[in-house]
Design a protein around this ligand. Structure first.
Ligand code: FAD
Ligand code: NAI
Length: 330
């Protein structure tokens, strides 16, 4: 069934775009909004003097049958490639190879390629932070941070991290109560570029120490520039929480130090560095919410935090929001 008024979708991360794709395919008009300048959310890639950097999601796995089938389509279109890094782990001060059989996917030539392609020509307003979602007599309207009103919309899907969704749920106290029960942890991310390649076979490493959680060599991923030799470092949730307001230069220094200590080769001063703070990086615990709905009201909420807190969970949650909306309209 096609509605006259479009469906507003707040958030162009993988969850919002998954919902948008499913609704568009079913003949529903959609209108997307995002506070950022581009799509992708935590799957976005940052353009920098050292090339494009995947500062958020590093790779993803596909364990659900439906998601695996979709990823196969993405591969056929050239949007994703498998990534087969020389994997290591670092625990109790010991660095050791840790190869496995898990298939890991990355966007090609950068993570943001996936959401960029999913967005296609769908209507979207970027740099538009929605601050209020309210209902008129028949339809929904959105208010943005500039005071501009958008609408009318037949239904609204909120596809943001839980704390950002909470702020938009004043009209739906039951949904707001559930969302308020979900807390999310931060992650400090740092990128370092070296003029000369580091003398190590390591391309990805699961780290268990006080500071770091993960590191990856950018050029080991398909389609990336070989030079300079760029690395992405993620701090652990607990370190990130404890150092939430540390100055970026100090975050770079601390993560660079921890990296040099674990990697087991000479690590010179980087020729380029940057730090990025993800305030709502991952849910504190696992949830099985699928997608939240007040179907009579016409309000839906989805995102990675509804399921596994991973790319796959976000995509599945977006599908579930669209499925519920379509089922209610039939
Ligand atoms: P998001 O990607 O956060 O999208 C939400 C969007 O909503 C954003 O674009 C935001 O700008 C927008 N928005 C928020 N509020 C508003 C508002 N008021 N108005 C308008 N727009 C708004 N997952 C994996 O599977 N593998 C990994 O290796 C991995 N590594 C990660 C590493 C880091 C550092 C981080 C941060 C995440 C990682 N993840 C990983 C998790 C993965 O990135 C997320 O699960 C997934 O991208 C979440 O998608 P989403 O659409 O639910 O949310
Ligand atoms: P996965 O199967 O590769 O990893 C899951 C977890 O298993 C890893 O975190 C690691 O602890 C362990 N592991 C897997 N392979 C290993 C190996 N070869 N050697 C040693 N340990 C290994 O991927 P999955 O399940 O898709 O998880 C996604 C990844 O995204 C996880 O690593 C998770 O920590 C990360 N993530 C990070 C976020 C952040 O904010 N930093 C947010 C969400 C996810």
């Amino acid at each position: 069934m096609t509605n006259a008024a479009p469906i507003a979708i707040i958030g162009t991360g993988i969850a919002g775009l998954s919902a948008a794709e499913a609704l568009h395919a079913a003949g529903y008009p959609v209108q997307l909004f995002d506070k950022s300048r581009g799509s992708g959310g935590r799957m976005a890639s940052k353009r920098s003097d050292a090339g494009a950097l995947d500062l958020g999601a590093q790779y993803f796995t596909a364990r659900d049958r439906r998601f695996a089938a979709t990823v196969a389509q993405w591969q056929a279109r050239g949007w994703v490639e498998p990534w087969t890094p020389n994997l290591y782990q670092y625990a109790n001060g010991v660095l050791s190879p840790s190869a496995d059989e898990q298939v890991r996917w990355v966007g090609n030539p950068r993570m943001s390629a996936i959401t960029r392609a999913m967005l296609g020509a769908l209507p979207v307003k970027f740099s538009c932070r929605i601050t209020e979602v309210f209902r008129g007599e028949q339809h929904w309207h959105l208010l943005d941070a500039e005071g501009e009103s958008h609408g009318p919309f037949a239904q609204v899907i909120i596809a943001t991290p839980a704390p950002q969704a909470s702020a938009l749920l004043a009209t739906a106290p039951k949904l707001a109560g559930t969302v308020a029960g979900v807390t999310m942890e931060p992650t400090w991310a740092v990128a370092l570029a070296f003029a000369e390649p580091l003398q190590t076979p390591l391309e990805g490493c699961f780290v268990q120490d006080e500071v770091l959680d993960w590191t990856a060599r950018n050029r080991s991923k398909p389609g990336r520039d070989a030079s300079p030799d760029t690395w992405v470092l993620h701090a652990s949730s607990s370190w990130s929480r404890q150092h939430l307001d540390l100055a970026k230069e100090q975050v770079v220094e601390r993560l660079h130090g921890a990296f040099a200590e674990m990697i087991g080769c000479a690590v010179p001063a980087p020729v380029f560095s940057l730090a990025h703070r993800w305030l709502y990086a991952r849910p504190s615990g696992a949830h099985q919410l699928g997608a939240l709905a007040d179907a009579d009201l016409g309000l839906y909420v989805c995102g990675d935090w509804c399921l596994s807190g991973r790319v796959e969970g976000a995509w599945l949650s977006g599908q579930e929001a669209a499925r519920k909306l379509i089922a209610h309209n039939q």
